[in-house]
Design a protein around this ligand. Structure first.
Ligand code: C2E
Ligand code: CA
Ligand code: CA
Ligand code: CA
Length: 277
């Protein structure tokens, strides 16, 4: 039994080493991914079902790995956050997305673009400067840029965040709270922060077909945003029932595979040009 135990331990630690090595390799590859031009941006349209039109797109990063092909952010964003690489990645996506929105504007398509801002990136003192630079370089009005930040980022250091969010608002960008409902929000703080929109997390939308509690939470979030004069959008919408329940409950802004998947700029352009309906 002892030998077996030891063997098992060895196997376990061997596996751990392999994992650690794999992480290290991936981190090194990710470090070079920007310079090697391996990152891509996919754009997912958002719709307003009441106005029956596209109201914007969310920019989502992809890694076109030379060996593994397209790698989803779920696989490399956590690593990018731990290693600090996320700041460069977010910045690259920001520039790319601003240029894209500017190109659309030149084609006569007014389409706000949303980028995700990670915790580390939000804390960097030069965030506001970097956003200004990106907007200037792309010649994009700030009103066409949306910043998505999770609830936990916005709620973490209220003093700093109020100041930072106010600076971003004064610049003219709009601010959305991502994954809303999954973190811990203090309503009294939320009320004081310059937030334009909350995004109802996909996990609640997922289950509203069959789960009354989730529907109740969704309704509460909608009521809250109305009271606080914020817009509300639901993400991860996949079914007809979900769209019907959400819009009946007063949430008309929807994003999800039901309408459109994240897609390369070229297809996003075609989708936007074709219009909703
Ligand atoms: P997120 O910001 O909550 O983005 C929404 C995610 O849900 C995207 O996954 C999108 O493809 C997916 N999605 C959209 N509609 C549906 C649907 O109907 N059903 C399902 N099952 N999924 C749907 P993605 O692109 O894999 O991104 C995952 C997460 O990675 C994002 O979650 C975000 O937290 C992070 N991420 C992506 N791009 C960036 C980036 O440029 N910077 C940072 N900091 N994070 C990013
Ligand atoms: Ca997001
Ligand atoms: Ca989200
Ligand atoms: Ca998320």
């Amino acid at each position: 039994a002892k030998a077996k135990g030891r063997g098992r331990f060895q196997f376990y630690s061997g596996e751990m080493n392999a994992r650690a090595l794999q992480r290290l390799r991936m981190e090194n590859e990710l470090r070079k991914a920007i310079d090697n031009n391996e990152l891509r941006v996919a754009y997912q349209p958002k719709v307003d079902v009441q106005q029956r039109k596209f109201i914007g797109v969310e920019a989502l990063v992809r890694w076109d790995h030379p060996k593994h092909g397209i790698v989803s952010p779920a696989e490399f964003i956590p690593l990018a956050e731990e290693s600090g690489l996320i700041v460069d990645i977010d910045n690259w996506v920001l520039h790319k997305a601003c240029h894209q929105a500017s190109e659309w504007l030149n084609m006569g398509i007014t389409c706000p673009v949303a980028v995700n801002v990670s915790a580390l990136n939000f804390k960097k003192t030069n965030l506001v400067e970097r956003i200004k630079t990106a907007l200037r370089e792309a010649d994009l009005p700030a009103s066409l840029l949306e910043l998505e930040m999770t609830e936990s980022i916005v709620m973490s250091d209220i003093e700093l965040n109020t100041e930072r969010l106010t600076q971003l608002k004064e610049m003219g960008t709009s601010i959305s709270i991502d994954d809303f409902g999954t973190g811990y929000s203090s309503l009294s703080y939320l009320r004081r922060l310059p937030i334009d929109q909350v995004k109802i997390d996909r996990s609640f939308v997922n289950e509203i077909d069959c789960n009354n509690e989730d529907m109740a939470i969704v309704k509460a979030i909608i009521a809250m945003s109305t009271t606080l004069k914020m817009e509300v959008i639901a993400e991860g919408v996949e079914t007809t029932t979900q769209t019907e329940k959400l819009s009946k409950a007063g949430c008309h802004r929807l994003q999800g595979f039901f309408y459109a998947k994240p897609m390369p700029a070229k297809f996003a352009t075609e989708t936007l040009l074709a219009g909703f309906d």
